[in-house]
Write a protein that binds this ligand. Structure first.
Ligand SMILES: CC(C)(COP(=O)(O)OP(=O)(O)OC[C@H]1O[C@@H](n2cnc3c(N)ncnc32)[C@H](O)[C@@H]1OP(=O)(O)O)[C@@H](O)C(=O)NCCC(=O)NCCS
Length: 337
């Protein structure tokens, strides 16, 4: 039997606490004007002390499962993308599985940072098409706020990131009805580890000396994200444009055929530049960075849920997605929603 993978449910969740650029002015020696001009970000959401990554993932997942119209017991695998896990190990998918009370189903945690969701979607697609699984929960969730340097030293990075979660259910359907074309059509995944240290967290880790973590590393701020913003910007625009063109070529799709572009949200200027490079009308790109900042692996499913709720993304639309992030990693997807 031949199968198709269909995104049958979408859900998201952001914590209620909103942190505006003006709030950050008080902490970071920054300004609303600088942040908006350079990035497009107006506000982001931060969790409270008691909330973990899997808490956000749980609510997003329950919303996606409800939206799919299935019972949670129909989920037979969880793929969890995050760079800000509940704990170093085990993976956050295990905590989500326990919170969902779905013992014994397979759980796979991946990283791939801002590209995490498209990587996870691609893995889910392959499992579904192989026939081994029926309903895979794909989750992207981040709690950045607990890991940012909230002093002026961290202002170049800390203004960019926010907390949130998004999830989709990818379901196995038979490919026997030519009228129904809702499916993941293609995904393409790329990486270039030569640039790993352009956007990274040095510690804790096994590559930083005798201990994974010690007081000196903390004093040096090695546990905070470090970024070469200009290098990221240059590579992001080039790679996102490249992988969009490439996935279109593979699927014999013209960019003009795409109804909606769901891009990763790292910086409004990155997305505008990609649009300019490929002559994509800006109104075909659904941007959410104004409200959330960069929520890394959560960004695309969170944006997808917002686009559905806003009536912008409708069933049957042809969607292209592209992301770029730490690693460097980048990826694209084309799907019929
Ligand atoms: C981060 C980014 C907005 C910075 O913009 P930029 O024009 O490259 O800015 P620079 O880093 O050169 O800094 C310019 C100045 O602003 C200052 N600055 C940096 N962050 C600041 C902040 N939050 N508020 C105010 N000033 C800030 C710098 O200190 C520098 O000052 P100087 O000229 O006196 O030395 C931009 O590089 C970018 O978007 N890069 C991609 C980042 C990204 O997408 N990351 C996630 C990838 S998934």
């Amino acid at each position: 039997m031949t199968f198709r993978s269909e995104i049958t449910g979408v859900g998201s969740f952001v914590p209620s606490k909103i942190v505006t650029n003006f709030d950050l002015e008080k902490l970071l020696d920054t300004s609303d004007e600088w942040i908006q001009q350079r990035t497009g970000i107006v506000q982001r959401h931060w969790v409270d002390d008691a909330t973990s990554n899997s808490d956000l993932g749980l609510i997003a997942s329950l919303n996606a499962i409800k939206n799919a119209g299935i019972d949670k017991k129909d989920i037979d695998m969880i793929i969890y993308a995050t760079l800000s896990p509940d704990h170093d190990f085990p993976g956050t998918g295990c905590y989500l599985q326990a919170k969902l009370e779905l013992p014994e189903i397979s759980v796979l945690d991946i990283r791939q940072q801002c590209t995490g969701f498209i990587y996870a979607l691609s893995i889910a697609d392959k499992f579904i098409l192989s026939g081994s699984h029926k309903n895979i929960l794909v989750v992207g969730s981040e709690v950045h706020s607990k890991g940012l340097d909230k002093t002026p030293n961290g202002r170049n990075v800390s203004v960019l990131f926010g907390d949130g979660a998004g999830a989709v259910v990818v379901s196995r359907k038979e490919l026997n009805d030519p009228q129904i074309d809702s499916r993941i059509i293609a995904t393409q995944l790329f990486a270039d580890g030569a640039h790993a240290k352009e956007l990274w967290i040095p510690a804790p880790g096994s590559a930083v000396g005798k201990d994974r973590m010690n007081h000196q590393m903390i004093e040096e701020g090695l546990h905070y994200p470090q970024m070469n913003g200009k290098a990221v910007f240059v590579h992001a625009t080039k790679r996102m444009a490249e992988c969009l063109v490439s996935v279109c070529r593979e699927t014999d799709t013209s960019l003009a055929d795409i109804d909606l572009f769901l891009f990763h949200q790292a910086n409004l200027r990155i997305n505008s530049k990609v649009a300019e490079m490929l002559s994509i009308p800006e109104e075909k790109i659904f941007n959410t960075i104004q409200n959330y900042g960069n929520t890394t692996a959560a960004t695309i499913p969170l944006g997808m849920d917002d686009a559905i709720k806003a009536g912008v993304l409708k069933k049957g639309m042809l969607v292209a997605s592209a992301a770029f992030g730490s690693g460097f990693t980048w990826a694209s997807a084309i799907f019929r929603y």
